[in-house]
Design a protein around this ligand. Structure first.
Ligand code: ARG
Length: 442
């Protein structure tokens, strides 16, 4: 049972947060007279020593240490006797563990925020270099319309922007302090929870002690943030895997992020991207675990809740790593703009041909049908749209004139789409300007 119930192998990640929580709790206890101020000072000094010794590898866990909270209390009591044994006054591990966890998430959150910013900058840098690089834009994995490569890259900038905001909101929502809630009812000592919360870096104490120890919605909020980031990265990974494959070769992944095969010497496999996709499955699974954990338990602390941490730590760490790896991939990727240009199928301008007729007064539905016939004609003759003669075009509509061939220019096609949010170069430059403002590097 000891082994079964122990959580120390994972909740030791909360060590530093737990030390900090103990220090401030001791101060709160001094304010209500459980400790003298001199004793609270000794507790603080001893906790600092424990922290140094722990990180120097000088302390080891005992079989009886169920979790990191019990271990810290044991070390303190071993060094201070009764002064150590008083630390748990008015407190439960129920409020302690969620206080630690919220601090941990807040601190990891700062790293996560920076990692997302770095990834956004990487997208932005690459976009700036590729405003007029033309990518055969796809829908349904089939060529659809020419787009600026920068436009594609900036779509990820904006996805990450929403992810970053979602994360910021999550952290600001979770940054309230449970400590002082005890097991469910609140401590039977007049702790100033507002002051305590402030000293621990929280915005405020949680308003209700029952809620404070019962709920884990903040855990699932973080899961959602991680899962959503991973979904975005996973689709980017899929695009890059396809576009770096032999039939496409639009991009080349740097050797740093690819691996060879142990058997086939010619291989350069996109393992980094495949792992991003694979880890996404894991992070989504963790989110499902977090939700399922909560669904049928009574509303108060139950031991089931100990199981919230392993999947959470895993998702936070895997997602952070994944964002950093993606940044590396984006920073080092090589763009083969000639391949992209060469693989543009003239059929991509079918929409532009239909729009040409629209500009001459034909209703779009009709122009769509006319161009459909022209595409069928080209297909039947096994030629491209550029190879059809003006007579062929005029056979389908007398409104076609020789200038129709100018439509098949990729940059001009982009330039027709300079409306707000479009793929035209002027529009894309505006997006870049806006993106810089969002990163405060305008
Ligand atoms: N380690 C536990 C957790 O993570 C906290 C311990 C609370 N234990 C208890 N029997 N009330 O949830």
């Amino acid at each position: 049972m000891e082994k079964f119930s122990s959580s120390i192998h994972f909740d030791k990640k909360l060590f530093d947060a737990d030390i900090r929580v103990n220090k401030e709790w001791a101060l709160s206890l001094a304010e209500i007279g459980v400790y003298t101020h001199e004793e609270a000072e000794r507790v603080a000094t001893t906790l600092r020593q424990i922290q140094v010794d722990y990180h120097a590898g000088k302390l080891s866990f005992a079989k009886s240490d169920e979790d990191i909270h019990s271990a810290n209390e044991r070390w303190l009591t071993e060094r201070l006797g009764d002064v150590g044994a008083k630390i748990h006054t008015g407190r439960s591990r129920n409020d302690q563990v969620v206080t630690d966890l919220r601090i941990y998430l807040r601190e990891k959150g700062a790293e996560f925020e920076q990692a997302l910013l770095d990834l956004q900058s990487a997208f932005l840098d690459l976009a700036e270099k590729n405003v007029t690089t033309v990518l055969p834009g796809q829908t349904h994995l089939r060529q659809a319309q020419p787009i600026s490569l920068a436009h594609y890259l900036l779509s990820f900038f904006y996805q990450m922007q929403r992810d970053r905001k979602r994360h910021e909101q999550t952290v600001s929502r979770l940054n309230k302090c449970p400590l002082g809630s005890g097991a469910i009812a609140g401590a039977a000592f007049a702790i100033d929870r507002h002051d305590l919360a402030k000293r621990l870096g929280f915005d405020a104490p949680l308003e209700n002690s029952y809620d404070a120890t019962a709920d884990r919605d903040f855990v699932n909020d973080v899961h959602h943030v991680c899962a959503q980031v991973m979904l975005h990265l996973s689709r980017l990974a899929e695009d890059f895997i396809i576009w770096s494959s032999e039939p496409f070769r639009y991009l080349e992944i740097d050797e740093l992020y690819a691996t060879g095969s142990s058997m086939m010497p010619q291989k350069k496999n996109p393992d980094s991207l495949e792992l991003l996709r694979g880890k996404t499955a894991r992070v989504i699974g963790n989110h499902v675990a977090g939700l399922t954990l909560m669904k049928g338990i009574p509303t108060a602390y139950v031991r089931d809740l100990q199981e919230d941490k392993e999947p959470l730590f895993d998702s936070v760490e895997q997602t952070l790593q994944s964002v950093r790896i993606t940044t590396g991939v984006v920073k080092t990727i090589r763009i083969n703009d000639e391949r992209m240009l060469a693989s543009l199928d003239p059929a991509l301008y079918a929409t532009d041909l239909a729009d040409y007729l629209v500009r001459k007064g034909i209703p779009f539905r009709k122009s769509h049908a006319i161009v459909g016939k022209i595409v069928a004609m080209a297909e039947a003759r096994k030629v491209s749209l550029t190879e059809l003669s003006l007579d062929d075009y005029q056979l389908n509509s007398g409104l076609f004139e020789a200038d129709l061939y100018e439509l098949f220019d990729p940059v001009k096609s982009l330039e027709r789409r300079n409306l707000y949010g479009g793929t035209g170069p002027a529009s894309v430059r505006k997006q870049i300007k806006n993106a810089k403002e969002l990163l405060n590097i305008g």
